[in-house]
Design a protein around this ligand. Structure first.
Ligand SMILES: [Zn+2]
Length: 403
């Protein structure tokens, strides 16, 4: 057979394999006949692929299921312990890591201070983080399928290059390949908001939703976009810089060098700035150093503190109305540390959305505010590697299913 046809045949097999694995993950335990029905593949193809997945320990046979007469079918289910991955959220001074199973359940986690912020130092630190996490979890290193890194900034994930990071000041750093050479395991990097979006798509409330957005609030304001069941990255990986959409060109200076971006009104540094301006006018009880202090004042009934969150919520709501008009999403999920502000932020946001969004589009869009967990970022980065299992056609990536 000519090599290109052979390549196509392998690709089709990879696609079918991902399709079967994803079907078992989403709807399992399932019998082989049901898998054939759901995937549209022939029973012979299902027999071959499931034998391979069982051989690789990714799928388990379970006790027989119900049957309408005749011999009950053997049920197949994802084996959560068939492999493990590590996700790391990299900030300018720390690495927050989690080791998870194939269902993104966290088995072990750690937070490590970085010894410096030059790429070579960070790579060295991450190598130690990975090794000590594998050791403490008791998982054999050969069962580690890969390491996913999530970090703020513009990331070209296909080429593994961190193009621009607002935190470390790095530009055009080939971080994936630097890490891969050190870790000797499949490695992938992605913008941190996109990793959270991935976790929603494969393991959270984005499962089975074709058009959804994830808005993160906290240190910045981010946006993950899934349309037609696929990620939207933009031409250079920079799509979703929602925090730098312009609210007021004459507004406060933003970390990006421009003025009046959404972040300057909604993200943590903007809230602290507004709080201290308010304290300067004698409205807020006292100046604050971070958003936790501002939230404590709001919780204690300080009307000026509540008004600061309220204004931020209204401005966020107006911007979300623009997202609804642009994308017509089925769902908008709010996540990130900033969700801890709760009703102080989201009640005014929802009121602004109700008031300003086109009613027909608003009918389609479910607003959901996720409870925040500290390991969510790291779990998101782990999903970056897990995606390789469930999304075709990358199963042929070296070191993963075809070592
Ligand atoms: Zn900006």
């Amino acid at each position: 057979m000519p090599p290109n046809l052979l390549g196509n045949r392998d690709l089709i097999r990879d696609i079918n394999r991902s399709n079967v694995l994803n079907t078992i993950k989403m709807y399992g335990p399932l019998g082989r006949a049901e898998i054939a029905r759901r995937t549209g593949l022939s029973p012979a193809t299902i027999t071959g692929i499931t034998a391979e997945l069982i051989g690789k320990n990714l799928v388990l046979e379970k006790s027989p299921g119900d049957s309408s007469g005749g011999r009950p079918p053997i049920m197949l289910a994802l084996n959560p312990s068939g492999g493990f991955v590590i996700g790391i959220k990299l900030t300018e001074n720390s690495a927050i890591a989690a080791l998870t199973d194939l269902e993104a359940t966290v088995i072990a986690k750690s937070t490590t201070a970085l010894s410096g912020n030059k790429p070579a130092q960070v790579v060295q630190d991450l190598n130690q983080v990975v090794n000590s996490l594998v050791e403490s979890s008791g998982v054999p290193k050969k069962q580690l399928l890969g390491v996913g890194i999530g970090l703020a900034g513009i990331v070209d994930s296909a080429r593994g290059i961190l193009r621009q990071s607002p935190i470390s000041g790095w530009q055009d750093v080939p971080l994936r390949d630097l890490l891969k050479r050190k870790l000797r395991v499949m490695t992938t990097i992605e913008n941190d908001v996109n990793t959270l979006t991935l976790a929603e798509k494969y393991f959270g409330s984005g499962q089975g939703v074709d058009h959804f957005l994830v808005v993160t609030v906290g240190r910045g304001v981010g946006l993950g976009i899934v349309m037609n069941g696929r990620f939207y990255h933009g031409a250079g990986g920079g799509a979703g810089e929602f925090g730098h959409t312009v609210i007021d060109p004459l507004g406060p200076a933003c970390a990006c060098g421009k003025h009046g971006c959404l972040e300057t009104f909604v993200a943590d540094p903007g809230l602290v700035r507004m709080a201290n301006e308010s304290a300067g006018r004698g409205e807020l009880a006292h100046p604050v150093t971070d958003v936790c202090e501002l939230l404590a004042l709001a919780n204690a009934g300080d009307a000026a503190a509540q008004a600061i969150f309220g204004r931020a919520g209204r401005i966020l709501g107006q911007s979300v109305v623009n997202l609804i008009a642009l994308f017509n999403p089925q769902k908008i999920i709010f996540s990130g540390e900033g969700t801890r502000a709760g009703d102080f932020l989201f009640k005014p946001m929802c009121a602004a959305i109700e008031e300003l969004a086109l009613p027909r589009l608003l009918q389609d869009a479910k607003i959901q505010i996720d409870p925040w967990g500290d390991d969510a970022w790291a779990r998101g980065a782990a999903s970056l590697v897990l995606r390789e299992l469930f999304e075709p056609p990358v199963l042929s990536a070296p070191g993963l299913l075809n070592p």
